[in-house]
Design a protein around this ligand. Structure first.
Ligand code: OGA
Ligand code: MN
Length: 203
């Protein structure tokens, strides 16, 4: 039984600030298993150039390649991650009184120089995505490697989060524009969205 008390702390931080960092979400072995699988799938060309927007058109906004976790084809590491994310989803739903019905996740790899322009994590016409979660898989990441996720805050300032292995960032999908700055090395993450039922959903 994994303790969820620190996940409750994340709920408080999310309620107060609209975003937070969670440490210890997965242990090193679990994080490494995901990183190794992501590298292997990328090497096997199983990640595809990402699309943006409800119409999923090719985009110049983002330069990453992704692989969506699919319930009928979930690997061991993906299932472990999904189970853990579901625990977090249940805690956040309970503590924040949100109806978070499911979660979708994908691996993303940004090659050197690739980024994702400033955007909001809401597909056009849909308010399904409530909480964005980004889990990072990169060991020995230095600030000089670049690749920060830049979160734009309401007061006009911004906060840079570097994609170090084990870091989990949560933020309210409808509230924070953000961008991925280019890096000098391959940059791996898992992006997840906890969703509510949306009646105008385009996805
Ligand atoms: C996204 C995104 C951030 C990251 O996929 O929408 O903003 O750090 N990803 O990978
Ligand atoms: Mn995003």
């Amino acid at each position: 039984m994994i303790s969820t008390s620190y996940l409750s702390d994340a709920a408080v931080a999310l309620a107060n600030d609209g975003w937070c960092l969670v440490s210890g979400f997965l242990d090193d072995a679990q994080t490494n298993a995901l990183a190794q699988e992501c590298v292997a799938m990328h090497d096997a060309r199983q990640l595809l150039p990402a699309r943006t927007g409800a119409d999923r058109t090719a985009s110049v906004l983002r330069g990453d390649s992704t692989h969506w976790f699919a319930s009928e084809a979930m690997s061991g590491p993906q299932q472990m991650f999904t189970d853990r994310m579901d625990e977090l989803r249940l805690v956040l739903g309970r503590e924040l009184m949100l109806s978070l019905v499911d979660c979708e996740s994908h691996y993303a790899v940004y090659r050197p120089g690739a980024g994702y322009a400033r955007h909001l994590d809401r597909l056009r016409g849909s308010d399904a995505r409530v909480i964005s979660a980004v889990f990072y898989l990169n060991r020995n990441w230095q600030d000089t490697d670049g690749g920060a996720l830049r979160l734009f805050l309401a007061d006009g300032s911004h906060h840079d989060i570097f994609p170090r292995a084990g870091t989990l960032l949560l933020f309210l999908s409808g509230m924070y524009e953000h961008e991925v700055l280019p890096a000098t090395r391959d940059r791996m993450s898992i992006a997840s969205w906890m969703r509510q039922r949306a009646f105008d959903a385009a996805d």
